[in-house]
Design a protein around this ligand. Structure first.
Ligand code: FES
Length: 117
């Protein structure tokens, strides 16, 4: 399934880092995840950059959202089309707080924020 942006992905949209390191994006580790579709969905509504491992492999697939300057929200185990759609919808709404409950369950505090600093 290909998504169509609801609006241009301009500088006002949230920024997103999608990890595609040794574990995240691995078809061996997550064979049921359409990794390309996940990136397509996210990038349809947010400024998206694919990055290498962010040192939180136990949470793969990891996505880091920067809704606003100085703020980051880490999500792990985003391994289903339903979760990807929920993330897309939240991003499309401007990544408001509080997090939707289904996404809150998959948010976590990273051991190191070095990757997003
Ligand atoms: S490969 Fe994504 S956190 Fe390591």
């Amino acid at each position: 399934m290909t998504t169509t942006p609801d609006h241009p992905v301009d500088d006002s949209r949230p920024r997103v880092l999608v990890c595609r390191g040794c574990c995240c994006g691995s078809e061996q580790k997550h064979p049921d995840v359409d990794h390309d579709e996940q990136i397509a969905e996210i990038s349809s509504v947010a400024r998206t950059r694919v990055v290498d491992c962010v040192d939180e492999c136990t949470y793969s697939n990891v996505v880091v959202v920067r809704p606003r300057p100085g703020e980051s929200v880490w999500f792990g185990r985003l391994n289903s089309a339903v979760l990807t759609r929920e993330l897309r919808n939240w991003l499309d709404a401007g990544a408001p707080r509080p997090l939707p409950p289904i996404l809150d369950v998959f948010s976590f505090e990273p051991r190191s924020r070095a990757a997003t600093e």
